[in-house]
Design a binder for this molecule. Structure first.
Ligand code: ZN
Length: 172
């Protein structure tokens, strides 16, 4: 997972496999953004291996970016909250983390981005079926729906691509 595909407008579109990169290159549908990337890309393709660093390619033709919405499922919540308990701030392995309804279902809370947070087992046990204030606890930050443009979704899943993209934006 080392090739980031940008639209002709430079908006992040997708992460593509090396196979797809070869296909797009052979059809002249994409271009590398720098000669260093181009060299590494061509070398990796010739040697049938994944590129050593994140490569960024740009589509040469305009496509309309797809807008998707994200469901507040466990996997996406763990990504949004970066595996961090939103009460005590500890980070833990997924199996040590639970999903907490800020306003409990029994108190009319809903299963939405704004009412779900990652909590460690200890904090979830302490809060139990109470409101945050009742439990004498505090949220680190107000839970929100993440931005759902393609780039934000991609970077949530592949943080290393954000680093490469940000570095590219600083130069460009
Ligand atoms: Zn905690």
């Amino acid at each position: 997972m080392a090739v980031l595909l940008l639209a002709d407008t430079l908006e992040p579109l997708n992460v593509i496999s090396d196979r797809r990169l070869v296909l797009l290159l052979s059809k002249d549908k994409v271009a590398f953004l720098s000669s260093a990337d181009e060299e590494e890309g061509r070398l990796a393709v010739a040697q049938r291996r994944l590129p050593d660093q994140v490569l960024i390619v740009r589509l040469l033709r305009h496509v309309r970016p797809i807008r998707r919405s994200l469901h507040p499922n466990r996997r996406n919540l763990l990504l949004r909250d970066q595996h961090t308990c939103q009460y005590c701030g500890c980070t833990a392995l997924p199996r040590e983390l639970t999903i907490d309804h800020v306003v409990p279902l029994s108190a009319g809370g809903s299963s939405t981005w704004e009412n779900l947070v990652v909590a460690c087992k200890r904090c979830n046990g302490k809060k139990a079926n109470q409101l945050v204030e009742q439990a004498g606890m505090k949220l680190l930050r107000k839970p929100r729906e993440p931005r759902t443009d393609q780039g934000s979704i991609l970077f949530l899943r592949y943080p290393e691509l954000r680093v490469a993209f940000d570095a590219f934006c600083r130069v460009a």
